[in-house]
Design a protein around this ligand. Structure first.
Ligand code: G6P
Length: 612
């Protein structure tokens, strides 16, 4: 979704803004723009539809826009089509105010009508232009930029991260946040704003995360932060320890492929510090055994692939903890009047820690008295900050829109949590506990082995990439694995794809199986392998072209029925999806490659979905 960068310092601002925006490209966007304030107090704006490169070419890589203070934006259209006019920054009619905005101003129609009645002329269809015009209106009324910002914030409703400049103050950026991510970067003689720490990696590691209702005033020398009552506050600084190289392609053709390949390392970072002497240790969980026993209901709440992690978690946590676990899409949970009280544990899963629906679900759960434990990748993100307990996944920055290493680390952490809780509750045998711990220890290396044997996947992708519809079938954990495999494929290759619990085939989907239909049959869940096989026979007898995925121990059996078989190593059943997902990620990747798709930035999708 939209990205924000702001710079005030001694260097030329435009190249820094363009560089920062390029680090936010992964979030998904359809136009980009910057505004730079010249020393003479003149706001220069350049913006264009399409890729950032178009904007950069238009302004000579930033050389043509001179000034040491500026704001930049990548827009993901919500109000008004993606075009040059609707892209940000937006200027007020008198060209004194420039604004960039992430989020949605919900009462913009009413404010626009008010301003039109006051004689203001609008040029765009956006909700954001209303902020620029209203800010100019109040500024003209009171003559004080900061005071005018305060008035605007009291008038607007909705979600926002705002970057604001005034031509009369060529030494100041004002920024404000409500329900949209925003952070401040502290440099040497320079300060920054950004929607995402990735934008600032080459410039500073010293950041402060803004909270809802806060306003900050940036000059070259300082940043002053105010609370909603406009009182100056001190905030704790955080240090970003991600390497710049982690957010760069480093010789790989695509971030997605790089991130698939980074999974063994990411898993090591997520698992190893939490395994000591054969025991799982979560220093970061404060929930006690007594509190856990008091919990009557567990929800797992998330969106997208994080929700699919939750689906695996439902099966595994119920198996290990012998407690009922509901898994809910965050967008449904928040509006479903959920049965949540102080005897409920809500496990929230989110890579970005900023997904709006997930954030809203978390707040709903907390307001109903639940205890919230989150599994998050981005340190200091909103979901992490508002949870009672946070388990970080330590996957490092994930840039490709389609998640891979974040999914894998979330899954490992959730499985570990299930085992940790089961041990606390005494619901898991010593033997099973030890077997899963052994499996966790071996997991990164087994993922490495799986990645090393990917030639078959390339071969199958080359023969299947022309299909226009694919069905993933499987039972139990293989069904949940199919959900993720199917999502990966449709996200990046645009092939219609559905995941079905094999037992449901006869209730509908089997009517769609005809000669040549591609069915990806998942048979990695040993306990139900025979049942999975009967479904394979069923679809084959209706003409399906089957590609199967199974484990080493079931390979021979599978090959009796299916010619094209992908194989992963065996592990403990609860960990099997952690291996099974790897070939499915690679299959989606190679299929998309054959189809010539924009793999890292698939159409219409965003990395971090910060609007409803
Ligand atoms: C977007 C991403 C997905 C991700 C989902 C949830 O749709 O493209 O990869 O799974 O958001 O995001 P979160 O950051 O909350 O895990």
């Amino acid at each position: 979704m939209c990205g924000i960068v702001g710079y005030i310092g001694k260097e030329q601002a435009a190249p820094i803004l363009l560089d920062g925006l390029s680090r936010l490209e992964y979030r998904g966007y359809d136009s980009a723009g910057i505004a730079v304030c010249t020393a003479g107090g003149f706001l220069q704006v350049a913006k264009s539809k399409g890729r950032l490169q178009v904007l950069s070419d238009k302004i000579g890589g930033g050389e043509d826009v001179r000034g040491t203070i500026g704001i930049g934006h990548t827009r993901w259209a919500t109000h008004g089509e993606p075009n040059d006019v609707n892209s940000h920054p937006h200027l007020s009619q008198d060209e004194k105010i420039a604004v960039i905005h992430n989020g949605i101003i919900e009462n913009y129609v009413e404010i626009k009508e008010f301003l039109i009645a006051e004689g203001v002329r609008f040029v765009s269809e956006t909700d954001t232009e209303v902020v620029a015009q209203l800010l100019a209106f109040y500024y003209n009324e009171c003559g004080d930029f900061f005071e005018a910002v305060g008035r605007v914030l009291r008038r607007i409703e909705g979600a926002y991260a705002l970057g604001m400049m005034c031509a009369d103050h060529p030494d100041m950026i004002i920024t404000a946040r409500k329900d949209a991510p925003l952070l401040l970067g502290f440099g040497d003689g320079a300060n920054y704003i950004a929607s995402d720490a990735t934008a600032l990696l080459p410039y500073t590691r010293d950041v402060v995360y803004m909270e809802d209702g806060e306003i900050a005033v940036l000059t070259r020398e300082s940043i002053t932060i105010y609370n909603a009552m406009q009182q100056v506050i001190e905030k704790e600084h955080s240090h970003i320890d991600w390497e710049v190289s982690a957010a760069e392609k480093g010789g790989y053709a695509h971030f997605m492929f790089k991130e698939i390949m980074e999974q063994p390392e990411a898993l090591r970072k997520a698992i190893s510090p939490r395994l000591r002497g054969g025991r799982i240790v979560f220093d970061d969980v404060s929930l006690t055994a007594r509190q856990l026993r008091h919990i009557e209901r567990i929800y797992i709440v998330a969106c997208g692939s994080s929700y699919h992690v939750g689906m695996v978690g439902k099966y595994n946590l119920e198996r290990l903890m012998r407690k009922s676990v509901e898994v809910c899409l965050a967008s449904e949970f928040r509006y479903s009047d959920p049965l949540v009280d102080d005897k409920t544990l809500v496990i929230v899963i989110s890579q970005s820690g900023e997904t709006l629906d997930t954030m809203a679900a978390l707040r709903e759960a907390k307001s109903l008295g639940a205890r919230v434990l989150s599994i998050v990748n981005v340190v200091g993100s909103s979901i992490a900050r508002e949870s009672d307990d946070v388990l970080y996944t330590y996957a490092g920055p994930e840039i490709a829109v389609a998640t891979t290493k974040a999914y894998s680390t979330q899954l490992a952490v959730l499985n570990m949590l299930g085992l940790y809780f089961a041990d606390m509750l005494g619901s898991v045998s010593k033997e099973e506990y030890e077997a899963i711990v052994k499996g966790l220890e071996a997991l990164p290396t087994q993922v490495e082995e799986t990645l090393a044997s990917c030639e078959d996947i390339q071969k199958f992708a080359a023969s299947y990439f022309n299909h226009d519809s694919v069905f993933f079938i499987g039972r139990n954990l293989d069904y949940t694995l199919g959900l993720e495999g199917s999502l990966k494929l449709k996200e990046i290759s645009y092939i219609h794809s559905e995941a079905y619990a094999s037992g449901e085939l006869k209730h509908g989907t089997i009517s769609l199986i005809e000669q040549g239909t591609l069915v990806i049959a998942l048979g990695t869940y040993g306990a139900l392998f025979d049942k999975a096989m009967s479904n394979v026979v069923e679809v084959k007898s209706r003409g399906a072209d089957v590609l199967a995925l199974t484990t080493q121990s079931h390979r021979a059996e599978m090959e009796k029925t299916v010619e094209n078989v992908l194989v992963v190593p065996d592990t403990h059943p609860v960990l099997q999806p952690s291996l099974g997902v790897v070939p499915l990620q690679l299959f989606a990747y190679y299929v998309a490659l054959h189809r010539g798709c924009d793999i890292d930035k698939p159409r219409n999708l965003a990395k971090s979905v910060t609007v409803e």
